[in-house]
Structure formats: structure tokens, C-alpha cells
Design a binder for this molecule. Structure first.
Ligand code: UGA
Length: 434
């Protein structure tokens, strides 16, 4: 039987969970304190750019199964299950800030009119679900509830696809009653034979961190190999492809680039190190990954300087500002390091991104934002490709050459064909292409 669910937080994770769970047939109230956001969502407008999300949003609003509200108390009272999907931003020491989670837990305790299952979707440090349980017992002694950990594995830009076809669904639980409820919530995924991992709260919490830390390590590994390859005259593309032919390695997440960014890997790797420190466990591998990724981001500026010489008085076209393609998210984007480096060394920037310019302009209002990639290229001395948007993969190099003053390209994602670029008169530097 479908469930009545309250999803607290309509950020990335909360919004996708709200539309996804209602599409599964559950009745959802998405709650947020931001009135403007709630109004937009009820009108079927997504506050974030994510392919497919508005289609699911509209469809489920129309079905009457999905609504958004600012009234957290009433929404909790009416629900059988409460999903916590609020932010857990890193504090200065790398530790996750749980103040938003704590405030939701307080609201749940105040509105616990019946047995409810409290599900944590936000990525939270190991031990948080047990801490939620303790807080609930403290705020609402003797009341009936269960705590479940249900980490999210979706990728920005592919979020709906990942929600409806996950590789696995992880559920940390302690009572059979809560297991039955979660089985109903995700009945639709059971029907399509998605593997379910039923485990303890701590195991579920650590699965999420271990997965993200491993992926960040894999990217960092290939980035360092790329740096070595370009220095010794080898080709990272062939190396990565061949490594990937070994089934134990797999070709996924072996694309070198300007360093990983986003709202997850930088935050989660820091949290793993912090947790290791807390329990006296050596996390030097992940600590090195964080350092190496910072160096990779900085290396892009050095590469550009080597390529073009002095930055003074030059104009650089930057294509791509989002941390990856198919999103308007700029959190920890490698574009920050490049833009900062270019500006501080005395060059001017003409930038373009299909979706992320408004967000970027809030941080860097001083650079010029262009309507198209070609406007950005006009009279520039060099082009830097930062995000792997499809439209940049097929960049018309003949037209680019005519528009640009200079002929340098730094391709931080290896999007362009180096032979063709050379034919068109460019001097192109990729990553890991010796
Ligand atoms: C990541 C994980 O992939 C998701 O499974 C997880 O749910 C999510 O974090 C999260 O914890 O919420 P996301 O940050 O959206 O998802 O994006 P990814 O596609 O993983 O890319 C992360 C960064 O790594 C990007 O900057 C991307 O450009 C970079 N990357 C990725 C590479 O440089 N090379 C690769 O081969 C793959």
C-alpha cells in the first residue's frame, strides 16, 4: 500500500525524492522554509536545472499526489514516513554541520502524533541516525517511531534516470516494522528487481561515504597518471581505456580532467578524514586525494600560463562554469580556480555556460558573460574548456579560429580532436596527452 510521505528540504536530493516517490504512487508533501521556492514548485517550476525534473514535477502535481508546503508541523502530522533531505554543509574543520538536521528532528518530535518512520536521505556522518534516535527519545520520550538510513546515490545531471533505475537501494534499519514500511515506499523498485541492501544504520551511512571517497580516489588516480603521461609523452586516453578493459577496474570514472568538484566529493572526502581523526583511524589515502585534487585544480592555471606566456592584458574565453555538464550547479567547480588564477594574473575573461552563468555571476560579477560560445571567443587570445557540455564537444573550430585573436586552447576535458585543432591552426593542450 502506498504511503503518505513528508520530505523535508526541497534542495537537490529532496526535490528528486519528492517527484520520484510520488511517481511511485506515494502521496508526498515536500516541505521547505523558503516560501518563494515552495510557490515555484507548486506552479511546476523547478528551482534547479536538472534534465527531466520539471516533467515529473508537473505530472505528479497534476495527479494530486504531490504538493509543497512551508507548514512543517502539519505536514509531519499527516505523514507515515518523514524523509530528512536538508543540507549538511561542511564546517571549517571538515565536519558536517548537523544543525538543520537537528532542527527537523525537533519538529518531528513536536508533531509525533502517531508511529512514524524517520528516514535520513541527506549524507550524514556515521553515527548520525543513532544520534537522531537519541534526540527523538530525549525530545519525545516514550513515543513510537523508527529511524532508517537511506543514502542517495544519484548524480546531478542524471538525477531522474538514477532515481528510477538505481544500481542498488541501501536501507539501514533496526525494526521489522520499519523494514515493511520502506518496502512499501519502494515497492515500484522492487517490481523492477533493483537490488536492495538491508543493513545496519552505521553500515548504510558508511556505504555512502565509502562509495564517494572511492570514486574521488579513482578520478584522482587517473588525473595523476594523466599528469605523468603528458610529461613522458604517453596518451592517457589509451591508458585509461585499456585499464578499463580489465573487469576488475572498469572504464567508468577514469576520465582525467581539471579536478573533481560538486557538492558531494569535496564535502564527503573531508568528512571521511574528519571521522577517521575522530576515531583515531588513519585516513591518509583520502587526505592525499583531497590534496592531489586541489593541486590538479591549481595545475590547470599553470598549464594555461605555460601555454600562453604572460596573462597581462590578455582576454581568455572560458567555456563551461558548472562543475560538470547538464547542471547549473557551481559548487566547488574547477572553474573557480581557473577564473581566480586568470583574473589575479591580469587577464580579462569572456565566459559562457549553457546553464550556470547566473549562479556564477553571483560569485564573480566582474567577468563578462556572453550569450553564446562564439560571443565568448570573439577577439580572445586563448580558449579554456572547463565543462564537458555536448555543444562544446562539437565546437566549430573553423569559426572559432576566425573569431579569436590568438590560437591557444586549453582543453581540460579532452573534448576536442587534437589533430583537427592542429589542422585549423590551433595550439592545443589537453590533459594527459603527451
Ligand atoms: C556524485 C556521485 O557520483 C553520486 O553517486 C552521489 O550520489 C553524489 O555525488 C552525491 O553524493 O550526492 P555528482 O557530484 O552529482 O555525483 O557528480 P559526478 O558525476 O560523480 O561527478 C563529480 C565530479 O567528478 C565532477 O566534477 C566530474 O566532472 C568529476 N569527474 C567524474 C571526473 O573528473 N572524471 C570522471 O571520470 C568522473
Amino acid at each position: 500500500m502506498s504511503k503518505k510521505i513528508c520530505v523535508v528540504g526541497t534542495g537537490y536530493v529532496g526535490l528528486i525524492a519528492s517527484v520520484g516517490l510520488s511517481d511511485f504512487g506515494n502521496e508526498i508533501i515536500g516541505v521547505d522554509i523558503d516560501e518563494k521556492k515552495v510557490k515555484m514548485l507548486n506552479e511546476g517550476i523547478s528551482p534547479i536545472y536538472e534534465p527531466g525534473v520539471e516533467r515529473y514535477l508537473k505530472r505528479n502535481l497534476e495527479s494530486g499526489r504531490l504538493t509543497f508546503s512551508t507548514d512543517i508541523g502539519k505536514s509531519i502530522q499527516n505523514a507515515d514516513v518523514i524523509f530528512i533531505a536538508v543540507g549538511t554543509p561542511p564546517k571549517d574543520n571538515g565536519e558536517a554541520d548537523l544543525s538543520f538536521v537537528e532542527s527537523v528532528v525537533k519538529s518531528i518530535a513536536e508533531n509525533l502524533n502517531d508511529y512514524k518512520v524517520i528516514v535520513t536521505k541527506s549524507t550524514v556522518p556515521v553515527g548520525t541516525n543513532r544520534w537522531i534516535k537519541e534526540k527523538m527519545n530525549e525530545f519525545a520520550p516514550g513515543k513510537d517511531f523508527d529511524v532508517v538510513s537511506n543514502p542517495e546515490f544519484l548524480r546531478e545531471g542524471k538525477a531522474t534516470q538514477d532515481f528510477f533505475h538505481p544500481d542498488r537501494t541501501v536501507i539501514g534499519y533496526e525494526s521489522e516494522r520499519a523494514k515493511d514500511v520502506m518496502f512499501e515506499v519502494y515497492r515500484a523498485l522492487n517490481l523492477i528487481s533493483v537490488p536492495f541492501v538491508w543493513c545496519s544504520l552505521e553500515t548504510a551511512e558508511l556505504i555512502k561515504y565509502a562509495s564517494n571517497a572511492f570514486l574521488a580516489t579513482k578520478i584522482t588516480f587517473i588525473n595523476q597518471m594523466a599528469n605523468l603521461a603528458e610529461t613522458v609523452g604517453a596518451d592517457i586516453h589509451t591508458i585509461a581505456k585499456t585499464m578499463g578493459m580489465d573487469g576488475r577496474i572498469s572504464p567508468k570514472f577514469l576520465h582525467p580532467g581539471p579536478g573533481y568538484g560538486g557538492s558531494c566529493f569535496p564535502k564527503d572526502t573531508m568528512a571521511v578524514v574528519q571521522t577517521g581523526d575522530k576515531y583515531g583511524i588513519d585516513m591518509s589515502l583520502i587526505r592525499s586525494v583531497i590534496e592531489a585534487n586541489d593541486m590538479q585544480k591549481a595545475r590547470m592555471v599553470t598549464k594555461l600560463e605555460k601555454l600562453i606566456g604572460s596573462f597581462q592584458g590578455k582576454t581568455i574565453a572560458v567555456l563551461g562554469l558548472a562543475f560538470k555538464a547538464e547542471t547549473d550547479d557551481i559548487r566547488d567547480t574547477p572553474a573557480f580556480n581557473l577564473v581566480e588564477g586568470i583574473l589575479s594574473k591580469g587577464a580579462k575573461i569572456q565566459a559562457h555556460d549553457p546553464q550556470a552563468m547566473d549562479n556564477f555571476a553571483e560569485v564573480y560579477p566582474q567577468i563578462e558573460y556572453c550569450k553564446s560560445e562564439f560571443d565568448a571567443l570573439k577577439d580572445s587570445d586563448a580558449l579554456v574548456l572547463v565543462t564537458e557540455w555536448n555543444e562544446y564537444r562539437n565546437l566549430n573550430l573553423r569559426k572559432a579560429k576566425e573569431l579569436m585573436k590568438g590560437n591557444f586552447i586549453l582543453d581540460t576535458r579532452n573534448l576536442l580532436d587534437p589533430e583537427l585543432a592542429k589542422e585549423r591552426g590551433f595550439i592545443l593542450e589537453g590533459v594527459g596527452k603527451g
